[in-house]
Design a protein around this ligand. Sequence first.
Ligand code: FAD
Length: 613
Amino acid sequence: MGLFGGRKTVFVDADILVIGGGMAGCGATYEARHWGRDLKIVCVEKANIERSGAVAQGLYAINCYMGMQWGENQPEDHVRYARNDLMGLVREDLGYDIARHVDGSVHQFEEWGLPMMRDAKTGRYQREGKWQIMIHGESYKPIVAEAARKAATEVYNRIMVTHLLMDNKAKRVAGAVGFNVRTGDYHVFRAKAVIVGAGGASHIFKPRSVGEGMGRTWYAPWSSGSAYALPIQVGAKMMQMENRIVLARFKDGYGPVGAYFLHLKTYTQNGYGDEYESKWKEHTRALVGDYIDHHPTPTCLRNHAFLQEVAAGRGPIRMVTKEAFQDPHKETVGWENFLGMTIGQAVVWASQNIDPKYINPELTTSEPYVMGFSRTCSGAWASGPEDCAPADYQWGYNRMMTVDGLFGAGDTIGGSAHKFSSGSFTEGRIAAKAAVKYVMEKGRDQPQVSEQEYRDLEKLIYQPLENYRVGRNEIVAGTVSPSYLLPIHGLQRLEKIMDEYVGGISSNYVTNSMLLERGLELLTMLKEDMNSMGAEDLHQLQRTWELNHRILASESVTHHTLFRKETRWPGYYYRGDHMKLDDKDWHCFTLSRYDQHSGKWAMEKAPVHHIID
Ligand SMILES: Cc1cc2nc3c(=O)[nH]c(=O)nc-3n(C[C@H](O)[C@H](O)[C@H](O)COP(=O)(O)OP(=O)(O)OC[C@H]3O[C@@H](n4cnc5c(N)ncnc54)[C@H](O)[C@@H]3O)c2cc1C
């Protein structure tokens, strides 16, 4: 294989394999050691767990903390909150399970050295909203990673996992394969149980920042949908993948607005300086009924008012910062909020002569993202906790997907909205505890890995390097070749399809069945062309496999969007042919299952059980 002819195959055996060393993966690795003292626990990560995942750059707040020690909130309150924000559709058993354990995780972070802000009067953690507590969080990720590093038997950094392995006879997961993005070595992981914690999906819809701003996105640009594609490939059921999120953010830097609203008490107004949200109430009621009267107003409905106001020609929407920033303390907090978490926003303001003390900065709505942690909850359909999940949400071990031995946590798992960093870590712990139980109960019963399967995958995985080596001599101009496609071209094609057909920014988030059907046809053609992908080096090989994962996640999103014939979350997306929310027929989850052999998707509905009053 030319340049990489010296490639080695590295075999790794594990009892538990954790894929992705972000918040959920670190939580899983840490907890697996607690329950499985003698087990071999391996964590594999495509970057370096020290600074990987969505928390790589640090955070300024932990967004999910009950404060039960001070009687601030109870887990039931959090379930009600998430349910309301998601227009009724959450897995209450999963959310409750996280909420009852999340405080313990946060206390551990503090023990491990995470500096928490405290209220000078009460001594409690400083709140910035009902659920958020403030931290000096620049080193949040290295602190959490240290705990995982110490717990793991081995951590393999710089390995991009591309596929899961199955024991087809025993019908259970058997491990995973991937390649080292620095050396090119092929890695075959054999494991008794696998926990996927590989983050969400950005860059599946065309972003607002293109050209010179490309790569600047709200969600981490390296969140490549592996969390969904890996389980989808082996037939795991996905849920609510249509539930993409659109965020109101500071323009051009995607700076978050939470601390501004909650802590600095800033507010929004239209281009004429008027309040606008209340004006859209009756209009919204006609679409969604009394969901508009719920408190707090569901996030998608606030987006809806924003989008309507701009469409009515009264933009831009601005955040009124001029008043709050007269207070030197609030001014400092406003800037520090970005310096500790989204430095790019501070740089954008500096470069555009925006001093929020004198100019009210513009807001915009982002392109859509797919994830399981926030004000949306797409992801894998998982078995719930034994003590509180309804019978049809239980088929084995907590957080096990519909594939035997395959677990998930964080962005990977659907239905448990509003878990954020602390909840994702906690869900990793929950999944790991169950995975240890699974491994213990299986005893010596070990899954078998087929050599044929991992050798076939090896050929497939490295093929883009070969395509490039052969085809590069045929370049017609610059990077244009008649025989291969580069990953960046494939990515831009994917983003354009999703944007124009599946409800991205260019169509003002509107789609319909005709557009979705055409989008699926174009995605199929893109998938076919992926066989002609050319990768110049290992970096581009990684980009190729990230793109493959993004495409599969996108296909899933498109099928789900087509299946749900209503507009459940106006402000996130609109089914132009079914503009109203329809609780009679669609107060349910949507589930999908992909068959990798036929390439077909099977869709079904699942009931939403409300277990909290
Ligand atoms: C902009 C932004 C702001 C946020 N603000 C807050 C906040 O203020 N407070 C809060 O509590 N939470 C916040 N969050 C949420 C928090 O970051 C997420 O909930 C949490 O990181 C999700 O954990 P995860 O493990 O699922 O994903 P991640 O932490 O993203 O981890 C996924 C890991 O998987 C790895 N990976 C991906 N694909 C592969 C592959 N194929 N092979 C190997 N490894 C792979 C990635 O490199 C990464 O390390 C924010 C998130 C974002 C993006």
